[in-house]
Design a protein around this ligand. Structure first.
Ligand code: PMP
Length: 364
């Protein structure tokens, strides 16, 4: 069988080393003689894991002591509801910076719980982050929400917006732990784990303590950050295996040079692909403005800016034959999307790049 190189956007490739550890732990978790899958979450074994994973999150991101680290069910979209439910009560309204499909979805969910101010003019073609000087921020907003990496549109923030003291809330589902960030500039950071830091089923939430204790009375306990912080993320049975996987992935990052090493690799891998696109005389087209191009998800079209679907189909078929899989663009935008999360190696990206060059030559 041909060797598989997985460029999927999520659930995405996990490091091979992590699978080796998980295989062993699956039948005997940390010397307990049983799997974590059949262990109570109210045991010393799970308490240790809960602490170990919080510790590695705190260490990698240098999370200040006045932030709680929570592991919650419901993935990224669970937090689309949790954010307004926990934060919008202060003024009843919130600012949403919509730069792609995921922040649009977050804003739509928030409207159920309060007033949502759209900071940017509406568009159906997300290709850049408008300059901050044009943003219409409301000084009375309870918080400002951004998505730091739009997984579908391939748009990534390489700056932290200045929200003039209003708490900044960020969905980092698809670029969590891909680079160092200054956590103290954020009120809340959250994300589903199944892209860069683990598997589906758990959301990692990092929340500044002064933002607790203001949930709306209708907030379900399961989404209430204050209740979950008090319970140390074992209010109910947490997605323990997903938390175990996340812990092992984060420890893998730590062993492999931490976030500086991941950031360097992300630049290297994404540049390899963007360079082929840029040097293809318009055969490959990346729609996103250069300044905002994601280092995690690289959407592109073949043949023209709107894409030649016949060529794109042929590209995907040829790629699969070589083991280069999950490259199909999201159904909302079509085309091709290569995701270059932490676990994807430079060698794998080189295989893709070499296929892209061959495919171009064949159709030049
Ligand atoms: N935010 C972003 C940026 C995402 O990419 C995704 C998932 N693709 C989500 C939120 C939703 O995550 P989940 O499927 O875990 O609800």
């Amino acid at each position: 069988m041909v060797k598989i190189h997985n460029f999927g956007a999520g659930p995405a490739k996990l490091p091979e080393e992590v699978y080796e550890i998980l295989k062993q732990e699956l039948s005997n978790f940390e010397g307990t003689g049983i799997s974590l899958l059949e262990t109570s979450h109210r045991t010393p074994a799970y308490a240790k894991l809960n602490k170990d994973v919080q510790d590695v999150v705190r260490k990698l991101l240098n999370v200040p002591n006045n932030y709680k680290i929570l592991f919650l069910s419901g993935g990224g979209q669970g937090q689309f509801a949790a954010v307004p439910l926990n934060l919008i009560s202060r003024t009843g309204s919130a600012d949403y910076v919509v730069t792609g499909a995921w922040s649009a979805k977050a804003a739509k969910e928030a409207k159920k719980y309060g007033k949502v101010n759209m900071v940017l003019p509406p568009t159906d073609r997300y290709v850049e982050i408008p300059d901050q000087s044009t943003w219409k921020l409301d000084p009375n907003a309870s918080y400002v929400h951004i998505c730091t990496n739009e997984t579908i549109h391939g748009i990534e923030f390489d700056f932290i917006p200045d929200t003039k003291g209003v708490p900044l809330v960020a969905d980092m589902s698809s670029n969590f732990m891909s680079k160092k960030i200054d956590v103290s500039k954020f009120g809340v950071i959250y994300g589903g784990a199944q892209k860069n830091i683990g598997t589906a089923g758990v959301a990692l939430v990092i929340v500044r303590e002064d933002l607790l204790n203001q949930a709306l009375p209708i907030c379900p306990s399961i989404l209430d950050w204050t209740v979950n912080a008090k319970a140390d993320s074992i209010l109910n049975t947490p997605p323990m295996f997903a938390i175990q996987v996340m812990g092992r992935v984060l420890q893998w990052i730590e062993r492999h040079g931490g976030l500086d090493a991941m950031a360097e690799l992300a630049i290297k891998k994404s540049s390899l692909i963007y360079e082929v696109i840029e040097n293809s005389n318009g055969f490959y087209n990346a729609p996103v403005a250069k300044k905002d191009r994601s280092k995690m998800n690289i959407p592109f079209r073949i043949g023209s800016l709107n894409g030649d679907e016949v060529l794109e189909k042929e590209f995907l078929k040829g790629a699969e034959a070589l083991g280069l899989i999950q490259l199909k663009g999201h159904r909302d935008v079509g085309g091709i999307r290569a995701s270059t999360y932490n676990a994807v190696t430079v060698e794998e990206v080189q295989s893709l790049v070499s296929y892209m060059k061959d495919f171009h030559k064949k159709h030049a």
